[in-house]
Design a protein around this ligand. Structure first.
Ligand SMILES: [Zn+2]
Length: 362
């Protein structure tokens, strides 16, 4: 069997495995604590290459990537540099540059606001630098941090808001990318303490659906970062009170799409409210089809675990300047002032009565 010797490397990237494939190798010889980046591991598996000499010979134990959570493995600066400059990281950095440009073009960020990140390995995250307009991002300015926010590589300083992204990566294993920004319409909801109603537009239901609203804390602090923890497992989109929005997804591009979907939806609801007529809702039965599709796509939604009665709350019509329901408190999370289902009916009835009485008088 033709072996390809990579024992001189501690970190093995996609490029190294590609070279081995080109040389016709059937197995890779690696040192005992070698780290294969995810793409390197994927290509080795795809090509049926045996990985010999690592902590596990088939490279499937997980320890062959950059550790599994907790503290970062002890790599040298040049080894972390190698990860940040690997072909797979270059692709991600280019995608982050493109997404930053989209955020700026759509006016979702201003000044140096907003930040973007991607988890390239279990305990290594590529993120945007601090004090840079998202229109002016350059791949060479990107940073690499561990899950505690310690900078591992990159010459520019990391964004101070990376802690927010890191709490999501720690809480949600499926989260690979996060986008945080301040789009005007979604932020208008966030500063009025509201979340958009549901069961109105199918695309929003499938890709975002129930949005959470996290309480206000000073941006950039650990306390601020932790405000999202109770929500992110069941919501891919969280409005940050008096601040903006954060979305997570499997790719940076998809996380940006969720920002677009949410902001456009908030905008549409605002326009519809100005028309003065009640918004027509998708029926609960038809919306169940959308939730079923959403489940198949593997997208989170708090309603996946709700009873039918709780779910029917989204049929409540929104009056101009009407009531929006904040998602249910998730155990362990900060208390939010959630009315019980019966109370919501009572509130809606009393508001309707008051409005009808006012019309009657005029
Ligand atoms: Zn911000």
């Amino acid at each position: 069997m033709k072996s390809f010797d990579l024992r001189q490397f501690r970190v093995i990237t996609l490029e190294d495995v590609e070279n081995a494939v080109k040389a016709g190798a059937k197995e890779l010889l690696v040192q005992s604590r070698a780290i294969l980046t995810p793409s390197a591991k994927d290509l080795a598996t795809l090509k049926g290459l045996k990985v010999k000499g690592g902590c596990c010979d088939d490279g499937a134990c997980g320890s062959c990537s950059t550790g599994s959570g907790g503290s970062s493995p002890t790599l040298s600066n040049s080894e972390w540099d190698k990860i940040l400059n690997s072909p797979e990281a270059e692709k991600i950095k280019a995608e982050i540059v493109d997404v930053g440009r989209k955020l700026w073009m759509r006016q979702y960020v201003d000044g140096n606001g907003g930040n973007i990140s991607y988890r390239i390995a279990d305990n290594a995250v590529i993120c945007t630098p601090t004090l840079t307009s998202k229109a002016d991002l350059k791949a060479c300015d990107m940073c690499l941090v561990d899950l505690e926010g310690k900078q591992l590589a990159g010459s520019a300083a990391r964004t101070s808001e990376i802690l927010l992204h890191l709490e999501i990566y720690k809480a949600v294993p499926e989260a690979k990318a996060c986008v945080h920004c301040h789009p005007a319409h979604a932020t208008a909801y966030a500063i009025t303490g509201r979340v958009p109603i549901t069961c109105v537009i199918p695309e929003f239901e499938v890709f975002v659906g129930k949005v959470a609203l996290s309480p206000y804390e000073t941006p950039g602090t650990k306390k601020f970062a932790e405000t999202v923890i109770p929500y992110v497992k069941k919501h891919n989109t969280v409005l940050l009170a008096n601040h903006g929005i954060i979305c997570w997804a499997d790719t940076v591009t998809h996380a940006e799409w969720y920002v677009e979907v949410t902001d456009t939806y908030c905008w549409t609801l605002m326009l519809a409210n100005q028309l003065g007529s009640p918004i027509t809702h998708i029926t609960t039965e038809k919306n169940d089809d959308l939730l079923e599709l959403k489940k198949k796509l593997g997208l989170p939604d708090a309603r996946h675990d709700m009873t039918l009665e709780e779910c029917r709350l989204c049929d409540i019509p929104e009056f101009p300047g009407g009531i929006a329901v904040v998602p249910s408190r998730i155990s362990g999370g900060p208390a939010v002032n959630n009315p019980a289902p019966g109370e919501v009916d009572a509130i809606v009835k009393s508001v309707t009565d008051a409005v009808m009485a006012a019309f009657g008088k005029s």
